[in-house]
Design a protein around this ligand. Structure first.
Ligand code: KIV
Ligand code: ZN
Length: 558
């Protein structure tokens, strides 16, 4: 490695910067640039049908500025504009955008593509950094300004020949963050003047790109604040941000630049784009949503967006992608699972304690708001804890494992997960629970239990039990103060070891006529401690006695 090739980027001279003490309280405008030519650097660009589906998804999500292509780049790109316009496929409140370089024949073709549209934004760009101007185009500052001004005038002239369309203008000094700040402003002022008709109602969009992320996010914010402070007619421009993710900080750069005065954000879903991509709009937008800011974009079915984007772009969304990744809201570790479980159960207390409707450990946003299912929140492997295992059984099967039983259950689930050496499904967790606690193999099989209330005192029970012990049928009778005690008194005569049932936990599973009672019965055995048995039945007493038999079978295994 050769560290001496690089240097720390120079800070912007902005000693009285204000942005660090600002906070964002309203949403910026959002602009999707997913559909540019080459569809933002996809190995297999979308065909027109796929592009149309993507466009319609963006409209349905609520985007109002959508860059649909580079119409002068190819016949396909041009045709896509024409199709959307001629087949009336653009919602009335959506501005389509088309990108062009500042070159006369390309501009001519671009404006032709917009003919007949209700509202559109022509987006012209020119390289503004010395690196680009000198080494790529062989232009100096004056020549660059001249080309941008000529392009702007040409766009204005052609747009004025289309009075039926509301054509707005966006200008991008490419590599703004690598350009001389003073030259950046001079270039944009000259373009503004050449356009000549920007007003607060119809502002010119000044898009200030971090074309390559060469600086830390605070530098971008400084440049935006400085630009806003020095631009002559700030109220007649929309300051638009367009950051790339070369250093992995595009979202941070965008947020700081919004604090510094940006009004609008250009980006792509899941950060598609050249190299490491553009800023990820799904993250940016949901960050604001998670702070209670209305963004105007509806990600309530994010799984559908993920599925659509993956299918149309052929590129997978990463497992840990904020908000959208498969594991984004999943806890594997026991302590996290336990905390989430407790937090969700105490959610009703959140408004009183924290002044907000959602405050849950390890989850800054409610996954359900994004259409994410709770059952994916907690996943089980050998690292998982008792809280997570209880959660899975409750969420997926409605089974509420009593606290005292959870440590023992989790031992069996962990052992199973270790033996298979992978994450296990909730069905597998359920099977372990069933095999271990509900239907353990053992010497006892209950044939039937008949509790009969006493003729004089109906709370006093005469019980009769038919039980197979190692395949041999036996009948025993005894009395008790209730059906469970009569049962226990009866079977104590033929089973081992001696045990007591002090208390047990029951719950209903299902509703109405199909509801079943689930009984979790701790058998208190001298010198052994507590052993749980579990069973369900349409009758709660029958569920409890079956659970006792399950518990005895478990004891006999050890
Ligand atoms: O990154 C960039 O500079 C661009 C411009 C064309 C706006 O994409
Ligand atoms: Zn870009």
């Amino acid at each position: 490695m050769s560290i001496s090739k690089y240097k720390i980027p120079e800070m912007i001279d902005l000693p009285s910067r204000q942005w660090p003490s600002k906070s964002i309280t309203t949403s910026p405008q959002w602009c999707s640039v997913d559909l540019r030519d080459g569809n933002q650097a996809l190995p297999d660009p979308m065909n027109p049908e796929q592009k149309l589906e993507y466009f319609q998804m963006l409209c349905a999500l609520g985007f109002k500025h959508i860059e649909i292509g580079f119409p002068s780049a190819s016949q396909d790109e041009f045709n896509f504009f024409r199709r959307l316009i001629e087949e009336n496929l653009i919602p009335d409140d959506v501005f389509i955008m088309g990108l062009t370089q500042c070159r006369p024949h390309l501009i001519e073709r671009t404006l032709e593509a917009f003919k007949g549209c209700k509202q559109g934004i022509v987006h012209a760009y020119i390289a503004a950094s010395d690196l680009h101007m000198k080494q790529v185009f062989g232009l100096d500052w004056a020549q660059t300004i001249e080309a941008a001004v000529n392009a702007t005038k040409q766009i204005r002239e052609l747009a004025e020949k289309m009075p039926e369309s509301d054509i707005r203008y966006e200008f991008s000094p490419e590599e703004f963050t690598d350009a001389d700040p003073k030259f950046g402003i001079d270039l944009c002022e000259a373009v503004f003047e050449a356009w000549g008709k920007a007003t607060p109602e119809k502002p010119l969009i000044m898009n200030l790109p971090a074309t390559v992320e060469r600086r830390p996010p605070n530098h971008y914010a400084d440049m935006i604040e400085s630009f806003c402070a020095n631009f002559s007619q700030r109220d007649c421009i929309t300051v638009s941000l367009h950051s790339h993710n070369d250093q992995g900080m595009a979202v941070a750069a965008t947020e700081l630049a919004l604090m510094a005065g940006g009004d609008r954000v250009e980006g792509t879903l899941f950060g598609h784009g050249e190299r490491t991509g553009n800023v990820d709009l799904v993250t940016c937008i949901n960050n604001f949503y998670s702070r209670g800011i209305d963004t105007g974009i509806d990600f309530s079915d994010l799984a559908h967006v993920v599925e659509t984007v993956e299918r149309l772009t052929g590129m997978p969304v990463y497992y840990r992608q904020p908000y959208a990744g498969e594991y984004t809201f999943t806890a594997f570790s026991g302590s996290h699972q336990d905390a989430i479980n407790k937090g969700v159960h105490k959610l009703s207390e959140a408004p009183e304690h924290f002044g907000m409707g959602w405050k849950v450990p390890y989850l800054h946003v409610d996954p359900a708001d994004l259409g994410r299912k709770f059952e994916r929140l907690i996943r089980i492997n050998s690292q998982s804890g008792k809280g997570g295992i209880a959660w899975v059984l409750e969420q997926d099967f409605g089974i509420q494992i009593p606290k005292a039983m959870q440590p023992e259950l989790s031992k069996y689930v962990q052992a199973y997960s270790e033996s298979v050496g992978r994450e296990i499904s909730s069905d597998e967790v359920h099977s372990v629970f069933q095999e271990e606690f509900v239907l353990p193999k053992g010497p006892y099989e209950l044939i039937g239990y008949w509790p009969r209330p006493d003729d004089q005192d109906p709370t006093f029970i005469h019980g009769e039990v038919k039980l197979k012990v190692n395949g041999k049928e036996k009948t025993v009778k005894a009395d008790g103060n209730g059906p469970i005690s009569a049962f226990v008194n009866a079977i104590q005569r033929i089973v081992e070891p001696e045990f007591k049932v002090n208390d047990y936990h029951e719950q209903a599973i299902g509703e109405g006529a199909d509801a079943k009672a689930m009984a979790y019965v701790p058998l208190d055995i001298q010198e052994r401690g507590v052993v749980f048995g579990v069973a369900s039945d349409s009758n709660i007493d029958q569920a409890a006695v079956r659970a006792i038999i399950a518990g005895l079978n478990r004891v006999s295994k050890k």
